[in-house]
Each structure stands twice: as structure tokens, then as C-alpha cells.
Design a protein around this ligand. Sequence first.
Ligand code: ATP
Ligand code: MG
Length: 235
Amino acid sequence: MTAPALELVDITAGYGGGVVLNGLNLTLAAGSVTALLGRNGAGKTTLCRICAGLLSPTRGTVRISGTALNDRASHTFARHGVGLVPQGREVFGRLSVEENLRLGAIGKNMTADLVAAYRWFPSLEVLRNRAAGSLSGGEQQMLAIARTLMGAPRLLVLDEPSEGLAPVVTRVLAARLREIAAEAGLTVLLVEQDLELIQALASTCCFLADGGIAETVPVASIGMDFDLVRRHLAL
Ligand SMILES: Nc1ncnc2c1ncn2[C@@H]1O[C@H](COP(=O)(O)OP(=O)(O)OP(=O)(O)O)[C@@H](O)[C@H]1O
Ligand SMILES: [Mg+2]
């Protein structure tokens, strides 16, 4: 049987002695697409950082495809197939689109990876020599995703990709992410508030509250009746 792409077991984590995640458990089956929702400050980004090895838990175990990676550096997580698209995109604004993409590759077949990135996001090829900071929000988000894909991840963690984007841009992004996830056989953890994007991509939805996963439901059961979501997000 294939090991889960991600196992977070009894994870406690925070900053400077403060606890954000408190005994959290989460398992993502290989090839699954899971949405993670939670109100502002619930700890969604903290969870993403744990998944990518950017923050070490004070307690618990992080397993990537069956291998425990506690106390390992983020490049080790990357080598084990974790790719994080950070909240706020974090592209290097003064570097060109292509320079940003090259930074995403970890010493592999750069040419082949660039071809793949431009095939997924043709508009980036047109913009390849432009400074990343001059792109629109949607273009920057595509660049951030393409840059992460340059590392050939098997587990893609997306931290609020639709933040600040117009609905029409989010829709294009959803369609593209769907194709990429299917084609590359990715496991996806999607931190998102946009229910349309969640509906388009994810099959399972987890709610983060009080430092743990409070509820896990099939996305289909949410439908477009947002009561459950409202209750969890206290909207
Ligand atoms: N670098 C940091 N140092 C200290 N506290 C932090 C740091 N980053 C986050 N926090 C705190 O940890 C808690 C969880 O933050 P986190 O960014 O994980 O939440 P989030 O669910 O991603 O929020 P948002 O919806 O605003 O993106 C918040 O109380 C936040 O203020
Ligand atoms: Mg966040």
C-alpha cells in the first residue's frame, strides 16, 4: 500500500513559547486534494510551514511519504517532494520571471522544467524577461506556482493562492491547478477561503480551529450551502 503523502502526528508548534498548533493530526492520502479552512490567525500558515520544514514542531512527528523528517531543514523536505507556494506569493520582484523560475529548480534538468512550466503557464513565457514585480497579482501567483513546480514536488502546499485575485482570475487558476495536479499526480494541500476554488479542486475539506483539525468533511457535502463554513469561520 502506498504511504500517505503527509502525516502530521500530534503536532504542537508555535512561536516564542506561544502555542498555535496543539496536538494536531492530519493525514493526506497520496494523490488526494484537501482543502484547509480556518479563521484568520487560526494557524493555517503555521501548518504550511511545518509541512515544508520551515518551522520545526515542539512536539510530534512529520512524515512525508512514510519518512519521518523531524528536525530536518527545508531543503530536505523539498528533496522529499514537498513544494510550498507561500501566502503572498513572495516572488523576487526585481528578478525576471525566468530568473524566479530558475530559483525554484533544485539542480535538475532546468531546460525540461522550464519547458513544462511554460507549457502550463504560456503567459509566463511571453513575460519571461519582465521583472516579476511588474506583473499583475494573477501573473505573480502563476509565477509563484510555476516556480514551486520547478522543484518537481509530489506534495504541493498552496497557502491562500486566490488571495487578492479577481474571481475571473481565480477561476483560470483553478482550472490550471486541476490540470496540473491530475497530470503530475500531485497530492495537494490547499489553504483557501474561496469556496469556488475549493469546490473546483478539492474532494475533502478540513477545518482548523483551536490548534487542531476540528472537522473533516467531503467537499461535496458542503455544496453551495455555506452554513457549515460560516459556523467554523464565524463569519
Ligand atoms: N513569525 C511569527 N512570530 C510570532 N507569531 C506569529 C508568527 N507568525 C504567526 N504568528 C502568530 O501565530 C498565529 C497563527 O498565525 P498563522 O499565520 O499561522 O495564521 P493563519 O491561519 O495563516 O492566518 P491568516 O488567515 O491571517 O493567513 C497568529 O496568532 C499569529 O499572530
Ligand atoms: Mg496564513
